[in-house]
Design a protein around this ligand. Structure first.
Ligand code: CEZ
Length: 786
């Protein structure tokens, strides 16, 4: 069903129906596109807010990227109908809209392009899409080959539903001068003050060809006629109607009529893009559609994606893991860090964690992002809910709801950056805020830590406001009293981490202050939130502890346990109990659920999360971001086998049954897999297909620092692997501060504790010092036999 190419650079799905939502994604800084095996596509570009250039057939809401995106016949997509001119038989590639059973099917996702091969009626159609590196442009290639051994006469009809563009003004027509279908619209608005903002919008969508068609159609209804999308009138009749769309739903359909000798191939190139005006469209054509331009753009895009290679190449007994870690995981980390998920106001916690990941891919980008975030710190030390990235950007959606956890992520993420880069200079960088006040980054984070210490109740627990890491936990503390158990332990952990940085920065007094704060929080948490076998998730405005053994639903939450381990809140006995409780109540074959049992009804003292469908998103899915925290915590206390087991479950496949259940290709980690494993086994494990997730950064960090144990520290590179017990050997190539380490791991009987040799010489301790940029070293790591 799914196979990897030898090098792991592509994954190929060979059936369009077994995992119908399986998709790949491409992006550049200006756009992203997720396209599935059947040809449905979701694409957005920045102008500067995310906008669409292919639309649903009806009025769409503007929203953030959604998990479990629904698809339906008229969903935006990129298709090509093929008609046998002799028999009238029709199929379409990739699979929609006709859904004819193919004789052969391949959906092949690569790092910088996505391809399909579809064989039907003795004809092979190959479709391929890539993006431009630095413009919102889709570059398509379609090849049609006659495999039937006899001469054929075929109709070829590329079809892009442009969809409902606007209730004010939408139209489309074929433009011979520009070489394609151009749809025009006016982004709807009502306020006068919006007009100047959108005067320069790219309100056109153009579908340009390199070869002139015999006919075309620009109106979706005229194309579809009475036959519907499965057998559109436009394709059934001899020639398309050469029609336009006059405030009718636009579509771009072109018709080619070809005769193919046996084995003969015809090739076409197309460009699909949002555009501003005729001149803009003419420029796109000139730049991309000729042979040289098209090939150059493809090469530039491949080069852009290759910047996201990351710092780790592995060879382990688990080939599937190798492929994912070597090709796909750093790519996903890079996507987040280079695009900020294509928003102009990323949630502060997301922004910081995405750049924690970017510390391993492009550290200078991460550095700039940390400083940029700090420049938006509020006067009292709090961090805002979102970080504004573009002039005129506004806080939207969830960022209009006050959350109290944002300060926590500063030390957590900066610590990873400092360890990776050794760039302690960032601490002294001056950061001016909106009011023109300049403080160093170090001073700002100290303020953030004091803010966390201050935002606590009389018991010493952290107020939750209308949410913490968990966005929709909006009613625990909206009246101003409720506290978060997770945030309390997370604050303790953040304070502890920051105390370490203070020490490293020669500020022992501050280190003591923050350590004392962390201790006080830990004591408060143990006094008020320990529930006998695990920690409660919080205490509501009415003083009710929840996430406790007495709760029939939402009895145990994962996050407070994970971070209590990280913060050292829990002693060894508590840890054992918690880990056992998590295993019994939260672990599933697809990873660890975020809470259980999932809520089935609104709890007004917890909030909106309890209204989500049981087992989806924050209501008890395998929320991989939360699962990653737990894995990281397990490694922190040497629970390596358990950590490995749960880490590995984040990755789909390679068993066929697992692929079918999750429905996703192993080219990214999704934000969640369905949970409610006991209640809804039919859907448990199903992927959300959403590749926006803090999981990517954490999983990459965990692999580098915890599993392979190649973590930076003030003095150099610390070698402290926690490899799975059944790996006898492994190899890792680690790029670190400009140096390269070729690390060979070997389990050997007679070895009592980890031994590290650098270029043959036994290391005293576990830290490789004197890192020199440009130097390569061989590192041999001997591990005790299992
Ligand atoms: O958004 C994520 C946030 O981007 O949810 C996480 C949170 O930590 C991330 O910062 C956990 O709540 O508002 C909602 O109900 C949404 O479900 C969001 O919580 C969620 C979406 O998956 C965004 O893609």
């Amino acid at each position: 069903l799914v196979r990897a190419t030898e090098d792991g650079e592509r994954f190929v799905l060979t059936d369009p129906s077994a995992m119908p939502r399986a998709a790949g994604f491409l992006w550049n800084r200006l756009m992203m596109m997720q396209v599935n095996c059947r040809g449905f596509a979701v694409a957005r570009f920045m102008q500067p807010e995310p906008a669409r250039y292919t639309h649903a057939p009806n009025l769409e809401a503007a929203t953030f990227m959604q998990p479990e995106q629904p698809y339906y016949a008229h969903h935006p997509g990129r298709f090509c109908y093929i008609k046998d001119e002799e028999t009238g038989a029709v199929f379409s590639a990739p699979h929609e809209p006709v859904r004819a059973k193919p004789d052969r099917f391949e959906f092949s996702v690569g790092g910088s392009d996505i391809r399909w091969t579809v064989q039907c009626l003795g004809v092979r159609v190959e479709m391929e899409v890539a993006l431009a590196a630095d413009a919102a442009v889709e570059l398509w290639r379609i090849r049609v080959t006659n495999l039937s051994g006899r001469s054929r006469r075929l109709g070829v009809y590329p079809y892009v539903p442009i969809g409902y563009m606007s209730w004010m003004n939408q139209s489309a027509r074929y433009r011979l001068d520009l070489g394609g279908v151009v749809a025009s619209s006016v982004t709807p608005y009502q306020k006068v003050e919006d007009w100047p903002r959108q005067r320069d919008f790219n309100d056109r969508t153009c579908f340009l060809h390199d070869r002139e068609p015999v006919a075309f159609e620009a109106s979706r209804e005229a194309f579809e006629g009475e036959g519907g999308l499965h057998a559109p009138d436009g394709v059934r009749q001899a020639l398309l109607g050469n029609g336009d769309a006059l405030h009718e739903t636009p579509a771009a359909v072109l018709q080619y009529r070809i005769g193919l000798a046996p084995d003969q191939t015809e090739e076409y190139r197309f460009l699909l893009a949002p555009a501003r005006d005729d001149a803009d469209i003419a420029r796109l054509r000139a730049r991309y559609l000729d042979d040289a331009g098209f090939d150059r753009a493809r090469a530039d895009y491949a080069a852009y994606i290759a910047h996201g290679r990351g710092v780790l190449r592995i060879e382990t007994p688990d080939r599937h893991l190798d492929r994912f870690v070597n090709h796909w995981l750093p790519r996903q980390v890079y996507y987040h860090g280079d695009t900020n998920r294509l928003t102009t106001d990323p949630q502060t916690r997301n922004y910081l964690q995405d750049h924690m990941g970017m510390s391993f891919i492009a550290p200078s980008t991460a550095r700039a992002a940390f400083l940029h975030a700090l420049s938006q710190q509020e006067a009292g030390g709090a961090m805002p809910d979102g970080i504004l990235l573009a002039p005129g950007a506004e806080l939207k959606y969830i960022n209009q709801v006050p959350h109290t956890d944002h300060c926590v992520w500063l030390p957590v993420c900066l610590r990873a950056y400092l360890d990776e880069t050794g760039d302690d200079g960032i601490l002294d960088a001056p950061v001016e805020d909106g009011a023109g006040r300049a403080l160093t980054a170090f001073e700002r984070i100290c303020r953030a830590m004091r803010w966390l210490l201050g935002a606590r109740d009389a018991r010493g627990l952290s107020y939750i406001g209308q949410g913490d890491w968990c966005d929709p936990m909006n009613m625990v503390g909206h009246r101003g009293k409720g506290v978060s158990g997770w945030l309390s332990v997370a604050a303790a952990h953040a304070l502890g981490l920051w105390a370490g940085v203070c020490e490293r920065h020669g500020r022992a007094g501050l280190a003591d202050e923050f350590r004392a704060g962390a201790r006080a929080i830990n004591q408060a948490v143990n006094a008020h939130l320990w529930d006998g076998e695990w920690y409660a998730r919080g205490i509501t405005d009415d003083g009710v502890a929840f996430g406790v053994a007495n709760d029939a639903e939402g009895r145990i939450y994962l996050n407070p346990q994970s971070w209590a381990i990280l913060a050292g809140t829990a002693d060894a006995r508590q840890r054992t109990l918690m880990i056992r409780a998590v295993e019994a109540q939260l672990e599933t074959p697809y990873g660890a659920m975020m809470l259980a049992p999932a809520y089935t009804a609104m709890r007004e003292d917890v909030g909106r999360l309890t209204q989500k469908f049981p087992g989806t998103a924050e209501n008890g899915s395998v929320y991989n971001h939360a699962a990653a925290f737990y894995v990281h915590a397990l490694y922190a206390v040497g629970e390596s086998e358990r950590a490995w087991r749960l880490l590995r479950r984040m990755l789909c496949g390679p068993d066929e049954a697992d692929y079918q259940q999750r429905g996703q290709l192993p080219v990214f980690i999704p934000n969640y897999y369905r949970g409610a494993w006991r209640e809804h086994p039919r859907t448990a494990g199903r992927s959300s297909q959403l590749f926006n997730t803090g999981t990517a950064a954490w999983a990459y960090r965990i692999l580098i620092e915890d599993l392979f144990g190649l973590k930076g520290c003030a003095d150099g590179l610390r070698v402290a692997p926690q490899l799975p017990r059944d790996w006898q050997t492994a190899r890792a190539e680690r790029a670190f501060r400009g140096a390269r380490f070729d690390v060979h791991y070997l389990r050997q009987s007679g070895v009592a504790s980890i031994e590290v040799r650098v270029d043959g010489e036994l290391l005293d301790g576990d830290c490789i010092g004197d890192i020199r940029s440009g130097r390569s070293s061989r590192v041999d790591v001997r591990l005790p036999a299992a």
